[in-house]
Design a protein around this ligand. Structure first.
Ligand code: HPA
Length: 274
């Protein structure tokens, strides 16, 4: 079966369950942020495991549900838990969920993720609004997988993150007094954290934060011409910057503390996007 056929099967299954719910906005929640979703009217939860052709989340702190519902008149779809290259998924397959969201009818995608910060002035609890990214994963989700239904193979990436959406996020961050800046997300494959030497090198290359997700999703979404916004919530200063060893537990603990902040921001963002 081609990937397009797999996607169409998943889309048909979801459309049957939701009676053709067409989201205005799709959101992917990062590590520890799954419960930041506002209360939704007409909520429908579909576990990933029930969707034919969908991948399954295998990471602690990532649940696996596709949620649909309405918040203040805005129809949203939420991926509660994402798929990472480091889980052993093929980089091609990470594109399935994004393409499914597009074929369900969404035009806009908000990505959120926990990250390590390379900037001492962007400490844990603060937020980077993505202006651009550097793909250092050593692979690309568009390799060997092309179908005209997905968009152009040689997609322009000049404006990967929508400027209007970036400015909306800045406004909301200011309103809620969340420490933030715009900047560059540096994507690595993981799953181990970086060495201090790697972090020094990445800083020289222009990184503001480092993380193990977001970028494959952005690339696939942009090929489909979705408008993309990205929020990186800092869980830790990157390797070698704080003198303490990094751990996934720390990421989840700090994200738990940031969940409230993210929930407030999300509510305002959903309303602003409509
Ligand atoms: N590095 C990579 N990914 C991360 C980090 C980090 O320090 N913190 C949270 N995700």
């Amino acid at each position: 079966m081609s990937q397009l056929q797999t996607i169409q099967k998943a889309v048909n299954y979801i459309n049957k369950k939701t009676k053709n719910f067409k989201p205005d906005l799709a959101i992917i929640t990062g590590s520890g942020l799954a419960n930041a979703i506002p209360p939704l009217e007409k909520k429908i939860t579909i576990p990933y495991v029930d969707i034919p052709g969908f991948l399954h989340s295998t990471v602690q702190g990532h649940t696996g549900n596709l949620i649909f519902g309405i918040y203040k008149g805005v129809k949203i779809a939420v991926m509660q838990g994402r798929f990472h290259y480091y889980e052993g998924h093929s980089i091609k397959d990470i594109s399935i969920a994004i393409r499914v969201l597009k074929f369900l009818g969404t035009e806009t995608l908000l990505l959120s993720a926990a990250v390590g910060s390379l900037d001492k002035n962007l400490p844990p609890g603060s937020m980077l609004i993505l202006k651009d990214h550097i793909n250092f994963m050593g692979t690309n989700p568009l390799i060997g997988n092309w179908d005209p239904a997905f968009g152009p193979m040689f997609k322009d990436m000049t404006c990967a993150y929508d400027e209007k959406l970036q400015n909306i996020l800045v406004k909301i961050a200011k309103k809620h007094k969340i420490k933030h800046k715009k900047g560059v997300y540096f994507a690595v494959s993981g799953p181990c954290f970086e060495t201090p030497a790697e972090i020094r090198a990445y800083r020289k290359l222009g990184a503001d934060v480092v993380g193990m997700s977001v970028v494959p999703e952005t690339i696939v979404a942009r090929q489909l011409d979705l408008k993309v916004a990205g929020i990186a919530l800092v869980s830790n200063l990157a390797s070698g910057m704080s003198g303490v060893a990094l751990s996934h537990k720390e990421t989840l603990d700090v994200m738990k503390q940031s969940e409230d902040k993210f929930a407030k921001l999300l509510k305002d963002f959903i309303v602003a996007v409509k």
